[in-house]
Ligand binder design. Structure first.
Ligand code: FES
Length: 124
């Protein structure tokens, strides 16, 4: 039997939690990645700053909501502050899981975020 060790991850400081309030974002370099860290309605989320479509800096795009599935003739807005829209062609991604709204198989790479003693870190 061969023992396989899990790859270790490194903590990279992002910001003081007080400097990253709900709705705020910060794009940081962490190891070989450029990562956008977002405060999504009080929950920290981190995604790779590369759009899977044509490699745009997706984390520079607007964060807003989206139209939810609804009956014909009805328009229901939801997920406010949870949807990242790519600045180049408008593909939309859910910041909670990185998944594209139009194709769940297409997604942004996500990273774990943790808060220790008032400081936000991303694990890479
Ligand atoms: S590069 Fe992001 S939608 Fe085209």
């Amino acid at each position: 039997m061969t023992a396989v060790s899990a790859p270790t991850r490194t903590k990279h400081e992002v910001a003081k939690a007080a400097d990253l309030p709900p709705g705020a974002r910060k794009i940081v370099k962490a190891g070989r990645f450029q990562i956008g860290v977002f405060n999504v309605n009080g929950q920290y989320r981190a995604v790779l700053n590369i759009c899977p479509h044509e490699l745009a800096p997706v984390c520079k795009g607007p964060v807003r909501g989206t139209m939810l599935p609804s009956k014909v003739g009805e328009y229901t807005w939801g997920c406010d502050g949870e949807i990242l829209s790519c600045p180049w062609h408008g593909w939309e991604f859910n910041l909670h899981d990185g998944k594209s709204l139009h194709d769940p198989k297409c997604h942004l790479k996500t990273f774990e975020v943790l808060v220790e003693e008032g400081t936000v870190f991303v694990l890479v």
